[in-house]
Design a protein around this ligand. Structure first.
Ligand SMILES: Cc1cc2nc3c(=O)[nH]c(=O)nc-3n(C[C@H](O)[C@H](O)[C@H](O)COP(=O)(O)OP(=O)(O)OC[C@H]3O[C@@H](n4cnc5c(N)ncnc54)[C@H](O)[C@@H]3O)c2cc1C
Ligand code: FES
Length: 349
């Protein structure tokens, strides 16, 4: 993957706990990306790298938008998020930073002419905001922007979205505040309160053949996904991205993939920790999906070969990669999210 040095040319406080950085390549290179993609930011001071979606790009620079991660509410004594807090506390205009990318499979289908629904929760607005910018320039493509957040104080990019809606006839928006503050005005700052629900989505969207793009916290994503499935939206029309190690619980197709699973010629995958062996299912894209399908849950984050979190020791056998990945995979390890077995394998999980 392409790693570049960037100069921080702007830093903006978006909400109390969200800050954005505009990054310009130090060598003047072009910043090409597909709306929805992210950069993998190198944090050498911490020995970490973290993914941040591009919330806007103009060909000359990228803007990333970072939420300061506090300790989980139910574990207030746990350490705070390392990478995001470091960026909030240390990165400033004039600094340089390295990043890989743009990368990621959560991409707006720019060839399609179907109407689009962008649904985001909290800081999940970042990848869909760059999609919204792109769609606002495609006046022909009807677009619904549905954003949910806590209240007006935590509403990121309200002015930017309002400006896009005002200048583009094809864009409609609906803002939900979970618990509006007394100063939040319905009809001005937000359109409805509470959680995203089926009645709301039915009321918002005229019958049509939409493409959906979802990004947000797990609860929001699962609720949105379940509603869309209940409304009869096909799975292939629902694109989504999590900002970390979460997955959607999907209804299994009746009958599952039993026929494929019992095919003799498929390689066998053995997991050292449980001692279990399963037949590879070629309908699944990668070893991470396959492990989860078999109730083994490896650590992961990006699911796209860029963070290294799913690196796992390959005890025996061989795999093939189907996408470009980071190049510093520990020796003898494989990135489960980016490869499939070519023969019987054993992995340390
Ligand atoms: C594709 C992708 C795109 C992303 N885009 C964005 C984006 O645009 N904006 C954005 O803000 N984020 C984005 N993220 C998330 C981002 O990459 C980081 O995961 C996020 O900033 C948190 O990283 P951190 O280093 O601050 O937290 P970490 O140090 O990784 O900690 C994560 C959480 O775990 C808690 N924690 C740490 N240690 C413990 C412990 N011992 N016990 C219990 N809890 C613990 C922390 O308090 C924190 O809440 C994206 C992620 C992905 C995968
Ligand atoms: S989950 Fe990030 S590299 Fe596999």
């Amino acid at each position: 993957m392409d790693k570049r040095e960037y100069l921080v040319t702007e830093r903006q406080q978006v909400t109390e706990d969200i800050v954005s950085f505009v990054l310009k390549p130090s060598n003047g290179a072009i910043c090409s990306f597909v709306p929805g993609q992210y950069l993998v930011v190198d944090l050498p001071a911490l020995g970490l790298r973290r993914e941040y979606s591009i919330s806007f790009g103009d060909g000359l620079s990228y803007r990333i938008t970072v939420k300061r991660e506090a300790a989980p509410k139910d574990q207030p004594d746990a350490p705070i998020g390392q990478g995001s807090n470091w960026l909030h506390d240390h990165l400033t205009v004039g600094d340089t930073i390295s990043a890989w990318g743009a990368s990621g499979g959560f991409q707006l289908d720019r060839e399609s002419s179907r109407p689009v629904v962008l649904m985001s929760g909290g800081v999940g607005i970042t990848p869909v905001l760059s999609m919204l910018h792109y769609l606002s320039r495609q006046a022909s493509r009807p677009t619904w922007f549905v954003h949910a957040c806590e209240n007006g104080d935590q509403h990121a990019y309200a002015d930017e979205v309002n400006a896009l809606v005002a200048q583009a006839d094809n864009i409609h928006k609906h803002i939900l505040y979970r618990e509006p503050l007394p100063k939040d005005i319905k009809g001005q700052h937000y359109d409805s309160s509470g959680l995203v629900n089926k009645t709301l989505m039915q009321a918002l969207l005229p019958l049509d053949n939409y493409e959906f793009y979802l990004c947000g916290p797990k609860g929001f994503m699962q609720a949105a996904y379940d509603i869309l499935v209940e409304l009869g939206v096909a799975d292939e029309s629902i694109n989504y991205e999590f900002f970390g190690p979460a997955t959607l619980v999907k209804a299994k197709p009746v009958g599952g993939n039993q026929a494929v699973r019992s095919t003799k010629q498929q390689p066998k995958v053995s997991f050292t920790q449980t001692g279990a062996t399963y037949t590879w299912d070629p309908e699944l894209e990668n070893l991470l999906d396959f492990a989860e399908e078999n109730n083994v849950f490896p650590n992961h984050s990006c699911r796209f070969g860029t963070c290294g979190t799913c690196a796992t020791k390959l005890v025996s056998g061989e795999v093939e990669y189907f996408q470009e990945t980071i190049d510093d995979i520990p020796p003898g390890h494989v990135l489960l999210c980016s490869c499939a077995p070519t023969m019987d394998i054993e992995i340390e999980q």
